[in-house]
Structures are given as C-alpha cells and as structure tokens.
Design a protein around this ligand. Structure first.
Ligand code: PLP
Length: 453
C-alpha cells in the first residue's frame, strides 16, 4: 500500500489543517444561508436535494480559486500543488468517517465510478476463472439503476448471476428488511453457489429508506459472503458514518449530494485488507498499479477542483451550530415535520417510520391521482415542475401478487413523493407542493394531466 509520504500521494503529509470542529459561537445566520444559495432559481420549490445536491456560494468561490491557480501556472500546480490538495481532502474524509488510514480513501467522480471500480474487479475474477460460473452477486431490488446496469455490464456478461432482495415498502421496521435479506442470502447460496459480492444501499434512492447496514454486513460475514460493497451515495452529510463499525470492504458516498461539494466528487473507502483485491480506476493512466488512491488522483488532464474543495465544504458546515451533525439533525426533524404535514393534508401515510429516514422521506399521494404506472409517475413529476414550479421525484408503487396495499378513503395508494429537506428550504416550498396536489386531486384533473394525449 502506498504511504502518505509517497511523493505521488501529496509528498508533504502535513497540509494546511482545517478544523474538524464546528465553531462554538458566531454561527451562520438565516440571511447568510439565503445569500449562500442566492444562485438557486427562486421560482422553483426545490424539495429534491437528494438527486443532485447543492453547493453554497462560498464553496463555489473556493472552487473558482483552485481553477484559477491551475490556469495561472499549470505545470507548477501539477508538480507542487495538486497531490497535496487531494491528500488534504482525503485526510478530511478519513477523519469524518473514522477510517484507519488515509490510504483507505480514494477520491473519484461519483458513486457510478466507484461501482465500476468494485464491479470490474468482480467481473475480472469471473472472466479469469477465479470464480465459478453462476456464483452470484446479491443486491436490493431497488438498487440504483446505474448500479444494476453496471452489474449487467461487468458481472453478468462475465458469467456471474444476480440475486435481488425485495425491499418491503411501505416499511415498518428494520426487522422486516433483515428477514427479506436473510431469505435472499439463502436463495443466493442455493445449489452450492458462492455469494462473491453483496451490494447494500445505506440509504436507498427510490423509495428512500435508511437500511440497517451494520446489521446486514454482519449477517453477510456470518453467511460467508466474500465481499461487501455499501452504496451510500446519499449518506455523508445526512447520516453518521463510521466505516470501522459498519465493517464493509467498500463504501462509497457522494460529497456533492449532502456535503455541499460541487458536482462531482465522491469518496470510495476500501478497507486496508480489501485493497488487496484487484481494484483499479476504470480510466487507466500513468499511475496504473500504484494503488487506487494514487491511480484515482491522476486520470489525465481535467478539472480536479471539485476534489480540492472538500476542506472548504467542511469550513462551510462548521459555520453551523454543531457542524454537520447540527445540519443533519435539522434536516431530519424538518423533513419529518413536512412529511407529516403533507400526509395529514392529503390524508395519506408516510412510507417509513421517521427513524428509518434521514433528510428525505416518502409521502403517500392521494389515490385520486390514479397513478398506475412508472410513466404516469414521471408525467406527474414533469407536470409539477412545468405547471406548479415544484421539483420533486415521484415513485410508482405497484402492487405485487396478493398484496393489498395501503388505502386512503378513495382507494389504494399507488404513488409516493420523495421529499428532501436541505438548509435552504422554506416551509412555503412544501406548502406549494401540498396545494398543487390538493388542487389536482380535487379537480380530478390528473388523468388528463398525466395521460399521454
Ligand atoms: C443509491 C445511489 N447510488 C448511486 C447513485 C449514483 O450517483 P452518481 O450519479 O453521483 O454517480 C445515486 C444517485 O442518486 C444513488 O441514489
């Protein structure tokens, strides 16, 4: 493994420190928060931080500063600044997630790239005959679509099989998830197959649920699953992360979703022992074979500024009372409050108990909206954007065989909205959404609104 003293790894291993600690006084004001996000389109009730995140003005300014430094003297920047800056960002993350060593942290573009790193290594093991044909990869049925496609591209084509675990939804408890997961492991191991990899979301994208990841990783270990990859795209900045306690081999989280970095930057944690697996950045460049953190720190000429602003993002969150923990608490409390307000107004339900959500929550939509397919859900989302200025993802929840579903007074609830709360959101954002849905439901306008012609 490459040490922090390796010159390619930033050389000087003591870059300018940014305090991990939040300020104890002089916290950011509501007016300052408003100014930090004044580039947002104020005509839109943006209650979808989950999809693309958000980046405050002060972090954007820091990013611009890095870009200018590069453009002023690219060669000097490349030889003397870039690696140190990336090492500094990796050190900040190591401390935030309780990793043992900075060499366990690589910076990559996004969770999709991290999935490629993990899955290509599995695909190579199938292709090179190290794994038996039909050995398997296990994932939740609602794993992120790009991750599912990556499994198809890298694993299935190389001879691996796939087992999907159904996530119960609406969900009432961790025990329901754990029971389904154990059933899936049983299926995966049928006929003497080996489960070579389990992919577990920390917070599923759609529908969103916080998964009992530590418990599931432990079960994987007990059941002999060889590698565990946690897709925690939504985690950093919305739930506490302690990678040592979680115990997975690989753990990825997007810093551009809930940690205020610009698009795009993610960290991929690889447990020290798991770096022995044949992991490589999918874009091969000069540093191939020098360890994943170093390979990832140079993938050819490009803009590395989003990777360099992680300390600036930490400075931003430390302007809040109790830093990132204060922000997480505030977002969770507010999103639960807003979810309850909407469910009460529409006389529907929440998709999970509050303790199974972080900064996003699922809220049932009135059955009178008659959403009866994925297409209906996506047309409803477009209608809310185009005609009501509300940005919110809609999830279609079809009934499976024998399932009764949750009902409101008019019928079965077949759609849920995923609302997010981030520090820039206002009560009025949710009121606008509430009123738009009530208007559609009262006027029974929706079939005309969301049907194709
Ligand atoms: C659970 C999950 N995994 C992976 C991703 C992919 O993230 P990115 O588009 O940054 O690669 C997302 C994006 O929303 C996600 O929600």
């Amino acid at each position: 493994m490459e040490g922090a003293k390796d010159p390619r790894n930033g050389g000087d291993s003591s870059p300018k420190q940014v305090s991990k600690k939040p300020r104890t006084s002089g916290h950011i004001t509501e007016q300052e928060i408003h100014e930090e996000f004044s580039h947002h389109n104020l005509n839109v009730a943006r209650i979808n931080n989950g999809s693309f995140g958000s980046c405050p003005g002060s972090v954007l300014a820091a990013q611009k500063n890095w870009q200018l430094q590069f453009l002023q003297q690219p060669d000097d920047f490349y030889f003397n600044t870039l690696r140190k800056g990336i090492l500094h960002s990796r050190t900040v993350i190591k401390n935030l997630i309780n990793a043992d060593d900075v060499d366990e942290i690589s910076l990559v573009d996004n969770a999709t790239t991290a999935a490629a790193i993990v899955l290509q290594q599995i695909g190579r093991a199938f292709a090179e005959g190290k794994f038996a044909k039909n050995d398997t990869v296990l994932m939740l049925h609602c794993a992120y679509e790009a991750v599912k496609k990556s499994i198809q591209a890298y694993v299935t084509r190389a001879g691996g099989s796939v087992i999907e675990v159904q996530l119960p939804f609406p969900v009432n408890s961790n025990e329901e998830i754990i029971a389904e997961f154990k059933r899936g492991l049983g299926k995966g191991k049928a006929n003497g197959r080996k489960i070579r990899l389990a992919i577990i979301d920390h917070i599923t994208a759609m529908p969103c649920v916080v998964i009992p990841v530590k418990e599931l990783v432990k079960i994987c270990r007990e059941e002999g699953v060889e590698q565990v990859f946690v897709d925690a795209a939504h985690a950093i900045g919305s739930v506490d992360i302690n990678v040592k306690e979680i115990g997975a081999d690989f753990y990825v989280s997007n810093l551009h979703k809930w940690f205020f970095c610009p698009p795009s930057v993610s960290f991929l944690y690889c447990k020290k022992a798991s770096l022995e697996f044949d992991v490589h950045h999918p874009v091969v460049s000069h540093e191939y074979g020098n360890g994943l953190p170093i390979e990832s720190a140079w993938v050819g000429t490009r803009d590395y500024s989003s990777q360099l602003v992680v300390p600036a993002a930490l400075e931003f969150v430390n302007r809040f009372e109790d830093g990132i923990h204060g922000i997480m608490k505030r977002n969770h409390e507010e999103v639960v409050k807003m979810g309850k307000m909407l469910a009460e107004s529409w006389r529907t339900n929440l998709g999970s108990p509050p303790e199974m959500c972080a900064g996003m929550i699922m809220v049932g939509l009135p059955s009178r909206l008659s959403v009866s397919s994925e297409d209906d859900a996506s047309r409803l989302r477009s209608h809310l954007r185009d005609c009501h200025g509300v940005e919110v993802p809609i999830h279609y929840q079809g009934l499976r065989d024998g399932e009764e579903g949750v009902k409101d007074k008019d019928g079965v609830i077949t759609a849920y909205a995923r609302i997010s709360h981030q520090i820039y959101n206002k009560f009025e954002d949710y009121c606008r959404f509430r009123d738009a849905v009530n208007h559609l439901a009262e006027n029974r306008q929706i079939r005309r609104t969301i049907s194709p012609e």
